[in-house]
Design a protein around this ligand. Structure first.
Ligand SMILES: Nc1ncnc2c1ncn2[C@@H]1O[C@H](COP(=O)(O)OP(=O)(O)OP(=O)(O)O)[C@@H](O)[C@H]1O
Ligand SMILES: [Mg+2]
Length: 226
């Protein structure tokens, strides 16, 4: 689709080990248009993280294609894939992967500076994002000195730092209590809707899924509506 922010076309991924071949994705199709927020709800081990990693160009599929803003990622040089990841995709990992030796603020500033934003501008945006996620008083904390939920909120702020066209989030509120998850999620939705981001968010929380535009699941390695 020409105006899709993200498209997976017949994507296949099989993990191979001594134990044999494990087909996780067997021809997954998915289209996300700008401004659309889709919940990915599927049982543990069904391939949600695998799908998100492929969509985020963190891994390559064995078969099929991934298009980001109409560009076939499989046809690009590594350098171009990296540029798309940096400029067009925000990724919130299931396990947050913050840089431990940098403060919360620096974790949100760095990806912007790598993308060419000035330090002053990057800091201003980072403060705004951290403030929106209730972390104004935690800017100078190292990740190790933040609670699990706070780390997760920093990771969400970081994923949004470069105003991505596509946001991929792997259970972004998994470590949060119900009330905080609701607040963080509301803020995430508001940011995504304001900026017309296309978002795919894996969650086990049916209340959060219900607040998104539609829900898909994985069945036998394919994406189907739920
Ligand atoms: N690198 C790997 N090598 C071999 N098998 C893998 C690898 N990564 C994932 N798997 C297997 O692929 C399947 C899908 O894993 P994936 O992490 O995508 O599931 P998930 O839906 O994200 O689960 P969860 O809800 O528990 O996070 C699992 O059975 C897992 O054991
Ligand atoms: Mg997972």
């Amino acid at each position: 689709m020409a105006d899709a922010a993200l498209e997976l076309r017949r994507v296949g991924r099989t993990y191979r080990s001594e134990a044999g071949a494990l087909p996780v994705l067997t021809g997954a199709d998915l289209v996300l248009v700008p401004g659309e927020i889709v919940a990915l709800v599927a049982p543990s081990g069904s391939g949600k993280s695998t799908l998100l990693h492929l969509a985020g160009l963190l891994e390559k599929p064995d078969s099929g294609k991934v298009f980001v803003r109409g560009r076939d990622a499989g046809a690009l040089a590594d350098r171009e894939r990296t540029a798309i990841r940096r400029d067009s995709i925000g990724f919130v990992y299931q396990f947050h992967h913050l840089l431990g030796e940098f403060t919360a603020l620096e974790n949100v500033v760095l990806p912007q500076m790598i993308a060419g934003t000035s330090k002053r501008e990057a800091q201003a945006r980072a403060r705004k994002l951290l403030g929106a996620f209730g972390l104004a008083a935690r800017e100078s904390h190292l990740p190790g000195k933040l609670s699990g939920g706070e780390q997760q909120r920093v990771a969400i702020a970081r994923a949004l730092a470069n105003a991505p066209a596509v946001l991929l989030a792997d259970e972004p509120t998994g470590n949060l209590d119900v009330a905080t998850a609701g607040i963080v999620f509301e803020e995430l939705l508001a940011t995504v809707r304001t900026h017309g981001v296309a978002a795919l968010i894996a969650t086990h929380n049916p209340d959060l899924a219900a607040r998104m535009d539609r829900t898909v699941t994985l069945r036998d390695g394919r994406v189907v509506p739920l």
